[in-house]
Ligand binder design. Structure first.
Ligand SMILES: Cc1ncc(C[n+]2csc(CCOP(=O)(O)OP(=O)(O)O)c2C)c(N)n1
Ligand SMILES: [Mg+2]
Length: 465
C-alpha cells in the first residue's frame, strides 16, 4: 500500500477568530463523510507565488496566506479507466511502483507554494515531473487512508475499537509524498498518530483494523492498539505514546545506519507539540555532532491536543530552530511538495551532510483523539476551509481530471470501490480471533521462568509459557 499530492488560496481562521480571505473559485467541496469528489473539477488556477525560497509563504500564529500550490502543465494524455486493486496487493508493490513512478513522466507539476529554507543556499525543485501511475497511486493510497480513518471513527463510536485512537485524516499527503522517495531500507519512526505512517510503510488496512480492535491478526498481535503500529520488516519502528521519543529513537536508528555504512536515512516524525521537548534537542545535538543521516520531520498540524501552536511555542516555526541543522518548510497538504523536500533531504543525508529538518504545514480533520470533538479550540470555519481549500486528495483529483487521466466519474467509482474494500477489511478484522490468554504477558516478561501470573481477583492463574 502506498500513497502519494494540494491546493489552496485558502482562508482559515486563527484562534482568536480572525478569518482570512479564501482563494478564488474552482474549489470542490469535501463532504463531512470524507467524500471529496464532485464534478466541479475545474481548471487549475494560475500560480500566485514565486518559486523562490524567500517568499510570501507566511505563517503567523494560525494565519496563513498562500496561493495555489500545484499547477499542472502540459498536454493532455489519456489512459484507460482505473479500477481499484486489492489493498494487500498494493502494499507488496511498493518498491516496484516507486521506482516506476519516480522515473518522472510527461506531466509537469509546478509547486505553487514555495519552500522556506534555513541554512541552505538552494532547495528542492519547484517543478516536478510525474506520470499517470504516480498520480493514480497517490489518489488511491490517500483515499484508502482517508476511508480507513472514517471507518475507524465509526468503529470507535460503536465501541468496537476501545482505548486510544488518534486519527490521521487530513494529513494524508505526508506519507504519500514521503514514501514516494523512501525505500523500505530507510527507517521511519513516529509518535502515536501513526495510522498513515504505517500504511505508507506497507502496513495493510486489515492489520490496522485488527490491531485497533485487539485481534491477534493485528501488526502488534492485537496487544498494542492504535498508538503502537509496527512493521519492523519494512523498517517501521512505531508507533510511540510518549511524545518526543521518536526524536532520540530515530537518531539511534540513524546511528545504526551510519555504523553499518548503509546508504539510507531515518525519518523521525514528531508533532508541533512535541517539538518543544528537551530530549529532541539532545538528540539533534548528537545527530549534528556525528553527522547522522536523519531527517527530522515535523508534522505541524498547528495543535498539540487542544493547544494552539502559538500558545505553546515561543517560536512557531520548527524548521529553523537550530543554527547547526538546516531545514525546509513545506506545504504538508501537497504530496508533491513533500516528495520534493524529501528527495532533497534524503540526498542531503546520503551525501554525508548530516541531519536536516522538514516542517510540514498540515492539518488534522478529526480532533486530537476520539475523546476530543476537536471543535472547542478551533472554529468550524477553520476546519471547513482546510477541507475545501487545501484537501490533499482533492488536489490530486483535479490534476488527474485536468490531465485527462481519468474522468471525475472514474474517480468516483474508484473511491466507491475503495470504500467497499475498506468495509470488507474491517469486517474481516472484526471476525478475527482475539489473542490467546497465554499471550497476555508475552513480549512483556520472560516466559521461561516457571512463574504464574494472576489477575487481582486471583480467580485464575495463567502460566507464563
Ligand atoms: C512526554 C509526554 N508528555 C505529554 C503527553 C500527553 N500528550 C499526548 S498527545 C500530546 C500533544 C502532542 O501534540 P503534537 O506533538 O503536536 O502531535 P499531534 O497530536 O498534533 O499529532 C500530549 C501533550 C505525552 N503523551 N507524552
Ligand atoms: Mg500537533
Amino acid at each position: 500500500m502506498r500513497f502519494r499530492a494540494l491546493r489552496s488560496g485558502f482562508k482559515f481562521q486563527n484562534v482568536a477568530g480572525r478569518s482570512l480571505r479564501p482563494g478564488a473559485g474552482g474549489v470542490s467541496a469535501v463532504g463531512r463523510n470524507g467524500d471529496h469528489l464532485d464534478s466541479s473539477l475545474g481548471a487549475a488556477k494560475p500560480s500566485l507565488s514565486p518559486s523562490s525560497s524567500s517568499s510570501n509563504y507566511h505563517t503567523s500564529r494560525l494565519s496563513h496566506n498562500r496561493g495555489d500550490c500545484i499547477r499542472p502543465i502540459g498536454v493532455t494524455r489519456h489512459v484507460g479507466a482505473y479500477t481499484s486493486r486489492s489493498i494487500a496487493a498494493q502494499a507488496a508493490e511498493k518498491q516496484e511502483n516507486d521506482s516506476a513512478s519516480s522515473k518522472g513522466g510527461d506531466i509537469e507539476v509546478e509547486l505553487l507554494n514555495p519552500f522556506k529554507l534555513h541554512l541552505l543556499e538552494s532547495g528542492p525543485p519547484t517543478h516536478l515531473h510525474t506520470n499517470k501511475d504516480e498520480l493514480m497511486k497517490m489518489y488511491r493510497d490517500m483515499n484508502v487512508l482517508r476511508r480507513m480513518e472514517l471507518k475507524a471513527d465509526q468503529l470507535f463510536k460503536t465501541q468496537q475499537i476501545r482505548g486510544f485512537c488518534h486519527l490521521y485524516d487530513g494529513q494524508e499527503a505526508i506519507p504519500a509524498g514521503m514514501e514516494a522517495v523512501l525505500t523500505y531500507d530507510d527507517c521511519v519512526v513516529t509518535a502515536y498518530r501513526d495510522h498513515g505512517t504505517f500504511l505508507g510503510r506497507g502496513g495493510t488496512v486489515f492489520e490496522t483494523f485488527s490491531e485497533l480492535m485487539g485481534r491477534k491478526t493485528g501488526c502488534s498481535l492485537g496487544k498494542g492498539g492504535s498508538m503502537h503500529l509496527f512493521k519492523k520488516e519494512n523498517n517501521f519502528y512505531g508507533g510511540w505514546g510518549i511524545v518526543g521519543t521518536s526524536g532520540p529513537l530515530g537518531t539511534g536508528l540513524a546511528l545504526a545506519l551510519k555504523y553499518t555504512k548503509k546508504p539510507n536515512v531515518t525519518v523521525a516524525i514528531y508533532g508541533d507539540g512535541a517539538a518543544n521537548q528537551g530530549q529532541l534537542y539532545e538528540a539533534q545535538n548528537m545527530a549534528a555532532l556525528w553527522n547522522l543521516p536523519v531527517i527530522y520531520l515535523v508534522e505541524n498540524n498547528h495543535y498539540g491536543m487542544g493547544t494552539a501552536e502559538w500558545r505553546a511555542s515561543k517560536q512557531t516555526t520548527f524548521f529553523d530552530r537550530l543554527h547547526y541543522i538546516p531545514g525546509i518548510k513545506v506545504d504538508g497538504m501537497d504530496a508533491f511538495s513533500v516528495k520534493a523536500a524529501m528527495q532533497f533531504a534524503k540526498d542531503h543525508c546520503v551525501a554525508g551532510k548530516g541531519p536536516i529538518v522538514i516542517e510540514c504545514d498540515t492539518y488534522r480533520y478529526h480532533g486530537h483523539s476520539m475523546s476530543d470533538p476537536g471543535s472547542t479550540y478551533r472554529s468550524r470555519d477553520e476546519i471547513q476551509n482546510f477541507r475545501q481549500e487545501r484537501d490533499p486528495i482533492e488536489r490530486v483529483s483535479k490534476i488527474i481530471v485536468k490531465e485527462g487521466i481519468a474522468s471525475a466519474d472514474d474517480l468516483k467509482k474508484l473511491a466507491k470501490d475503495i470504500r467497499r474494500e475498506v468495509e470488507e477489511e474491517a469486517t474481516k478484522a472484526r471476525d478475527a480471533p482475539q489473542p490467546e490468554e497465554h499471550e497476555l504477558f508475552s513480549h512483556i516478561y520472560r516466559l521461561d521462568t516457571g512463574l504464574v501470573t494472576y489477575g487481582c481477583d486471583r480467580k485464575k492463574d495463567v502460566e507464563l509459557a
